[in-house]
Structures are given as structure tokens and as C-alpha cells.
Design a protein around this ligand. Structure first.
Ligand SMILES: Cc1cc2nc3c(=O)[nH]c(=O)nc-3n(C[C@H](O)[C@H](O)[C@H](O)COP(=O)(O)O)c2cc1C
Length: 196
């Protein structure tokens, strides 16, 4: 029986969010195909998130910090993780950055081997689900700092199995085209959720 952490990084309500429309569908499909697994939701906009301020950093350096450590331990205890976040300013909402910074925690999610950072969560897999207003292909692909940044941070904790489901450029679709795009992705997600 696997445990999946569903991280929601958007202040919008479920029925107002295109990203959550996709991620909720993925989670539903996952539950149908993995009935014995458990799914725990972490809504970053409904959680009081500690940040690594000056005081906390001093405690961290003395090995005495506990709150962020707890978040990192909690993250590490899961087998799988689904992250749902829209594109904001070519990246993702700040709460997700704070969360990702928090879970990269020395001696919990990473250690050192031969002087190099060695991730301690290499058995975990992650699905990143995102949507954007503008496209991120062709001559705009250099602006894509969301998927690559999530992958880069997760690599610090040893996670290399990162897949993504993205709907870019929603603003260029009319209502019918958007419905069609959602339908296409949902068909793909049925398969991806089974294999996840
Ligand atoms: C604060 C904010 C910043 C945004 N920045 C971008 C951006 O840089 N690039 C882009 O393509 N879309 C941007 N968008 C549009 C959203 O990414 C897009 O509408 C997305 O589908 C919203 O997902 P949601 O319905 O789940 O909130 C932004 C939207 C908001 C509210």
C-alpha cells in the first residue's frame, strides 16, 4: 500500500481553478486504479507555513530547528507526490517555492557523500500538474522556469522520477477548444494515473 501526498499550490477554490480541474481528475483516476493506496492533501494556501528566517536559520545551523524539519520528514514519509500549481510570472506561486525550500533539509531529505549533496528521497516519484495563460513553446520556451525549477529542486533530494501534465496557453483557446484540450489531457491522465 503506497501513500501519496497531493500538494495544492493555488489560492483558488477547486471549481475556479483549471489546474485543480486537471489534478483532481488525476487523483480520482489514481484512486480508482490504486484502491488500497492512501491520498493525503496538503493545501499550501490553507496551511501556516514556517519560513527560514534569521532566527530559524540559526536554529537550523545548530541542529535545533523543529518545525521545518517536521515538514521535510513528513514529505519524505510519502512514496509518491502530486503537485498542482498554475504558472505565475513564468514560475509557480510563492507558497510552493517556500514549501520546496523547506523540504530540502539537511540530514532529513539530503546528506553528503564525498563532499557532494546526496538526496535521500530517491525512491519517491512526483507528478507535476500545471496550466498557463500563455504558451511556453517555440521562442517562448526560454521563459519556462516552472517545470525545470521543480525538477531541479527535487533533484537535490534525490528525486529524478518527475513527470508532468501541462496545459499551456489556455488564453489562446476558445471555450470549445479548451474543453477539447481538457478532454485530450484527461484521456492521457487515465493511463498516467494507472502507471503512477
Ligand atoms: C498572479 C498571476 C500570474 C500569472 N502569470 C502568468 C505567466 O507568467 N504566464 C502565463 O502564461 N500565465 C500566467 N497567469 C495565468 C495563469 O497561469 C492561467 O490562467 C492558469 O491557467 C491559471 O490556473 P488556475 O485556473 O488553476 O488558477 C498568471 C495568473 C495569475 C493569477
Amino acid at each position: 500500500m503506497a501513500r501519496l501526498l497531493y500538494i495544492k499550490a493555488n489560492p483558488k477554490a477547486n471549481d475556479q481553478s483549471l489546474t485543480f480541474t486537471l489534478s483532481d481528475f488525476f487523483i480520482k483516476q489514481y484512486q480508482l486504479s490504486h484502491p488500497n493506496d492512501t491520498v493525503e492533501v496538503l493545501d499550501l494556501y490553507q496551511t501556516i507555513m514556517p519560513i527560514m528566517d534569521c532566527e530559524r536559520l540559526a536554529l537550523y545551523n545548530q541542529g535545533k530547528e523543529t518545525e521545518i524539519r517536521h515538514l521535510a520528514e513528513q514529505f519524505k514519509s510519502f512514496d509518491k507526490c502530486v503537485i498542482a500549481a498554475p504558472v505565475w510570472n513564468h514560475s509557480f506561486p510563492a507558497m510552493l517555492k517556500i514549501y520546496l525550500d523547506n523540504i530540502v533539509y539537511r540530514h532529513v531529505t539530503f546528506g553528503y557523500q564525498d563532499g557532494k549533496v546526496a538526496g535521500l528521497c530517491s525512491d519517491m516519484k512526483v507528478m507535476y500538474i500545471s496550466t498557463s495563460g500563455q504558451p511556453y513553446s517555440g521562442n517562448r520556451s526560454f521563459l519556462n522556469h516552472h517545470v525545470s525549477q521543480v525538477e531541479a529542486v527535487l533533484s537535490l533530494v534525490g528525486i529524478t522520477d518527475v513527470d508532468s501534465i501541462t496545459l499551456w496557453g489556455r488564453n489562446s483557446f476558445n471555450e470549445d477548444q479548451l474543453k477539447q484540450q481538457i478532454c485530450l489531457l484527461q484521456n492521457q491522465m487515465v493511463q498516467k494515473a494507472k502507471q503512477f
